[in-house]
Design a protein around this ligand. Structure first.
Ligand code: TRP
Length: 330
């Protein structure tokens, strides 16, 4: 099982995915995998319990793995594991890293700052949330990963990882590669109702991978677009969905053509929505069929995870031996 870990990324199991999750997070991973990389993907269940109940998180783990497999993650190329199978190693490494940072530094991390913005004081934030960037550093460093593709919102956390890796290496020797952060292009997929980004928190404006075709159609029919001749963020976002959601070249051309006509003052928003409905329905049908296939063999997910978990454990144990030798001496 020799494997050189280059790329690693994590995803929190917190419930149903939307097409925005697919476009923003899963598709970039598929592109890496299909370009010959062998990424590590882990289900960040310890991170999920910062704000979700453990019992629920546990149920979401298999759901998430089923979704990712149905979306095209290939376990022959991408190693999938569950973070908590190495929770002992991760928590120990977190403690070793935490002694190299200060409370003040952790208070400056944006997730905590967001909490303050939302009316809470930093002091009243859940202490695991406060610890989040250290835990992330441990996730990455324990696998000695070199490159971390993440969305824009995670970039600040990874700065903490780089700083902690550098401090550790400086003090105890070159144990950790300094991970490179690769920010995946952020797509502005907005809520169909025009209330911010598409997300679970506004279900009427989000298309879930588990939506029935009728539900999806209804949501698109009610979606905000734009008045005569204008381009709005809502329309741009719908156009992005139409063009990125595994549509054919012919469909992409048709979409561009409709937009040209719209800008010329033609009444084509109905036609545009029909095209969007066709593309979204086909995507959902393919996904849902594939997901049934994935779940048809009840042991399949277990086998996939067993393989990934074995790799993650072995690699984490190796790292901990190196780390403790470096820190405590022989
Ligand atoms: N914090 C990430 C998120 O909320 C998930 C995550 C946890 C992660 N540990 C990581 C991502 C390490 C990349 C690397 O999406």
């Amino acid at each position: 099982m020799e494997k050189n870990v280059n790329i690693l990324t994590g995803v929190r199991p917190t419930g149903s995915l939307t097409i925005a999750n697919y476009l923003g997070a899963v598709k970039p991973l598929l592109e890496l995998q299909n370009s010959g990389e062998e990424p590590l993907l882990f289900v960040a269940d310890l991170h999920a319990i910062t704000d979700y109940e453990p019992e629920q998180v546990k149920q979401y783990i298999r759901e998430l793995v089923a979704d990712y497999l149905a979306l095209g993650v290939d376990p022959e190329k991408t190693t999938i594991y569950v973070q908590s199978v190495i929770k002992g190693q991760i928590m120990t490494l977190s403690a070793y890293l935490a002694r190299l940072t200060t409370v003040a530094e952790l208070l400056r991390v944006p997730t905590i700052k967001d909490k303050i913005k939302h009316g809470q004081s930093a002091e009243s934030a859940n202490a695991l949330l406060f610890f989040y960037p250290v835990l992330m550093a441990a996730d990455i460093l324990i696998q000695r990963a070199k490159s971390i593709p993440v969305g824009e919102d995670q970039v600040a956390h990874l700065e903490t990882t780089r700083v902690l890796a550098e401090r550790f290496n400086k003090k105890y020797g070159e144990i950790f590669p300094i991970p490179k952060v690769t920010q995946v292009k952020s797509l502005r997929i907005l809520s169909l109702k025009g209330d911010g980004k598409m997300s679970k928190s506004s279900p009427e404006g989000a298309i879930f991978l588990t939506d029935t075709l009728e539900e999806a159609e209804k949501k698109i029919k009610r979606a905000q677009t734009a008045g005569d001749k204008e381009m709005t963020p809502s329309l741009e976002s719908l156009l992005l969905i139409v063009k990125m959601l595994d549509s054919t070249e012919e469909e992409q051309k048709r979409a561009d053509d409709i937009i040209v006509r719209h800008k010329n003052g033609e009444q084509v928003m109905g036609e545009f929505k029909d095209l969007a409905i066709e593309i979204v329905k086909r995507f959902l049908t393919r996904f849902q069929t594939k997901r049934k296939e994935v779940l048809a063999d009840p042991t399949y997910i277990d086998k996939v995870l067993e393989q990934g978990n074995d790799f993650a454990r072995k690699n984490a144990d190796e790292t901990m031996v190196m780390v403790e030798k470096a820190m405590y001496g022989n």
